[in-house]
Design a protein around this ligand. Sequence first.
Ligand SMILES: Cc1ncc(COP(=O)(O)O)c(C=O)c1O
Length: 332
Amino acid sequence: MNAQTSTRSIPTLSRETWLEQVRRHREAVPSPCLAMFSSITGGITCDPTLMQVPVDDHLVHRGDGVFETLKCATGGIYNLDAHLDRLSVSALGIGLQSQYSAATLKELIIATVRAAGQPTILIRVLLSRGPGSMGVNPHDCPSAETYIIVSTAATPFMEKQPGGAHLGFSQVPPKPFPFSALKHCNYLPNAMMAKESTDRGLDFIVGLTPDGNVLEGPTENVACVDPDGYLIAPESNQILAGTTLERVTVLAGDLVRNGSLQGIRQELISKEQLMAAQEVLISGTSHDLVAVTRIDNQPVGSGTPGSAYKALSQALRAEIYQPSPLRTDVHF
Ligand SMILES: Cc1ncc(COP(=O)(O)O)c(C=O)c1O
């Protein structure tokens, strides 16, 4: 078949046929998305066929935008203010002016979750540079756009594997500051880490600096309890400040007060220190708190989830899944 013949055989479709083809494709590849708000339409759709972003939005062809992932659990959106604060830091970091105030964004998020109609889901809020050109320059785009997507939530890791997780160290070079500290839509290094983790049969993976200090996972933070009983969170501008780890360190204050932990510190953690820790923890919105029980096939501590994990996970899950001041009720 020559090029001319093949070009002729590709039809230019009517709008109706195009949409029908998208609908059929969605039947073959079911969408995890339950509802979407788009500032382009000013409304919400629950039809995956219509959940689209304009192809000239710089979000699509340049990854130019910032985002947040939030969890709604048993009808309450967890830690909404912390996520919106981080979203606004990320937007500021790339010089992106959101169309909406935080109060309006909250209303839009709640309305989209309500439209999705399920009490336990994940929410993605994307602030994009918007459509305007196929070039790279943000100045081509007259206005930012907002997309809110509600999708099904995966079961948290420890509910599926209560024995704990196997962690490894990634070969993917870390993102440089300031990009490492912003939640922007250019997640190729994160995607490559997640791929590497699956390819190597690991449950989770964390990056390292060239001099061997521990950074973060593709969408998680890591922390540890050192042999002296201190909870150590990694100190680095080459990681995202996790909202979950922030809560874990606050909740750990109670364990310090009751003597179960000696204290809490934020400092560089070397690969060797992580491997010698009593306990290693992974935190993030999707999986809450995870106990790492093996690193590179070596047991961590006793090789079973430890007491700090158990106490912190219980406290964290109570404020995520049960009525708590950190939840915003959706009222379906
Ligand atoms: C790169 C990265 N690090 C850490 C985290 C964990 O952050 P959080 O606890 O706010 O989900 C995430 C999750 O969004 C992330 O993408």
